[in-house]
Ligand binder design. Sequence first.
Ligand code: ZN
Length: 392
Amino acid sequence: MDFDLVITGGEVVDPGGGLLGRMDVGIQGGTIAAVGRSLPTEGVPLRLDAAGQVVTPGLFDLHTHVYWGATYWGIEPDSIAARTGVTTWLDAGTAGGYSFPGLLRHVIERSEARVFALLNVSAIGLVAPTYELSNLDYCDLALAHQIADANRDVILGIKARIDANTTRGVGLEPLRLARKLADELELPLMVHIGKAPPTLEEIFALLRAGDILTHCCTGQANRILEPDGRMKDFVRRAWDAGLILDVGHGTGSFSYEVAEQMLAAGMSPDVISSDAHQLSVQGPMFDLPTTLSKFLNLGMSLPDAIERATARPARAVRRPELATLKPGAAADVAVFALEEGAYTFRDVFMTARSARIRLVNKATIRAGKLMAHRPEFKLAPWAHLPEHQRAK
Ligand SMILES: [Zn+2]
C-alpha cells in the first residue's frame, strides 16, 4: 500500500471507530487508508513519530463562533485549528439568514479547517453581542427555511440563544419559532441557556430528543441541577428521552461547582465543546484541549473525553462518518502529548483547580495534510474580557 503519510507508534484513541491501543495510522490521498500495528513505512514521503503520544481523530468542536470580520464574536479558525487539533468547527449560529451567504463565501469555503454551521433563527445572527431575538421581525422563518434548505451540506441545525437579554421583552416566542423551523427542516435545534427569564422549565417544555442544550455546566440561575446537586426532574426526563447536553464553556458558562456535581453523580455531559469566540480564547477557556483537560482532571477517562469531542458531536449533527480514524474516513487527525506537571485551571468565575495532566497538541492533520502553524489572528478592538477574568 502506498501511503502519503504514516503516523507511527502512537496510542490511538478513537472511541467512535472502536480503535484503542498502540497502532500506526496510514494516510493516502486525504483518506485514512489503514490503521494497524507496524504498517510498512518504506518509501513513504512523510513519517510522523508519535511514540509516547496520543493519536485521535481531529477534534470536532460542536460550539464555536468563526464568522470573523462581520460579527461581534467571530474568530478566524485556522490558526487555532493548527495548534489545537480541532479540524472540524461547528459555527453555532453566528450567522442568520441575512448574513449566512458571507459565512459561506468568506469562511466555510476558504478555511483549511472544516467548518459547518447552525443557522441562527434570527436573520441578523450575532452581529452584536446580544438582543438578536428581541425584535421578532428578525425571526423570519420563511427566509431561514429557504437558506437552510438550500445549504444542507453545511447547515446542520438551527440555533437559538434563549436568555434574558437575547429575548428581552418577547419571552418564549423566539424559541417557539425556532422549534417550528427545526421541525419543518427536520434538523437538530441547539438552544443556549443563561440568565432567566425565560425560566429553564419553560425552555425545556419546548425541547425534544435530538436537540442540543448548550451551556449545561452553567453556574447562572438557569442551571440544570438543584441546589443539592440532583438533576432537576424535567431536565432528567428530557435527557433520558434523548436531549444532548453540551458544555459550551465560553466566557460565562463553565462552573466547576456544577461540573463536579454532575460528574460525582455519574452525569457526564454528552459533548464537550469550547464556545470559542473573541473573548473566551483569551482565557480561562483558551481552547478545546484545555477544556478537555479540565474534565480529565475531574476524573473523566481519556477515551470518554475524546469521544465527547469527536464521535459524539459528529453524531449530534448527524454526520457520524466524521471524526473517526476508521479506514475510508477523511484523514483529519490530531496528535497530543498528555503532559504531567503542576497546572492550574480556572472556571468562568475564576475558581481555580490544581491539575496534574494536560492535553497539548503536537500535530494537526486536515484532509491528509499537516496544518502549518501560522500567526495568531488579531483580536477585535472590542474584545475585552469581563473585569474579573482579566489576568492580574
Ligand atoms: Zn456561543
